[in-house]
Design a protein around this ligand. Structure first.
Ligand SMILES: Cc1cc2nc3c(=O)[nH]c(=O)nc-3n(C[C@H](O)[C@H](O)[C@H](O)COP(=O)(O)O)c2cc1C
Length: 172
């Protein structure tokens, strides 16, 4: 696990290659094994591989979602706010677990923030994604994770770049 964390980076460029069935199944399994508060599992994961729909998802935000256009897979991560008051935490955990699982399989990925982000002057990114995919309003959209075989390499962050002043002992 520590090696997965040492080499993990956000990857936004992908090969034009569909994700193998075995890898897809492992990604689903990783999501469904995530912990959630009180074990309520308030989430729904929408696996999108239709290129037109992925292109539309790439237009979710003015900035920061366009890279999805080149992804063979986009996973939309939703949480049921009527089932959990901490759906944001639960969905955030699944988003990062999905990214780490993807990396462990040789796939690259990047998180697209949807919750609290605008689509345009008049619409939220969340409402746009809900409208596009037929998601009911109580099923909130946390993120979209773009995934594919990497077409860019990024150097791991060296250990001596880590900011150890972030870590305190016993008191603030
Ligand atoms: C909560 C969260 C939201 C993010 N939103 C976006 C996003 O909307 N678009 C994007 O391209 N990257 C997004 N990222 C990726 C970050 O930009 C990236 O993790 C950060 O710059 C550090 O780079 P690294 O992941 O390669 O270490 C997000 C990451 C997190 C954790």
């Amino acid at each position: 696990m520590i090696n997965i964390l040492r080499t993990r980076r956000s990857i936004r460029k992908y090969k034009d290659r569909a994700i193998e069935g075995e890898h897809l199944e492992a990604l689903k399994e990783a999501l469904l094994r995530c912990p959630s508060s009180r074990g309520t599992n308030p989430w729904t994961f929408i696996f999108v591989d239709d290129p037109e729909t992925i292109s539309a998802l790439a237009r979710s935000k003015e900035h920061g979602s366009q890279f999805l256009k080149g992804a063979p897979l986009a996973v939309v991560i939703c949480g049921d706010e009527t089932r959990s008051d901490v759906w944001v935490e639960d969905c955030s955990i699944t988003s990062i677990v999905l990214q780490l699982a993807a990396h462990s399989l040789g796939l690259g990925s990047c998180w697209v923030q949807i919750r609290l982000r605008p689509h345009s002057k008049d619409a939220t990114a969340e409402a746009y994604v809900q409208g596009l995919l037929g998601i009911p309003l109580y099923m909130r959209v946390e993120s979209i994770v773009g995934i594919g075989y990497p077409a860019e390499t990024k150097a791991p962050i060296p250990r001596d770049h880590l900011d150890y002043t972030k870590i305190h002992f016993n008191r603030f």
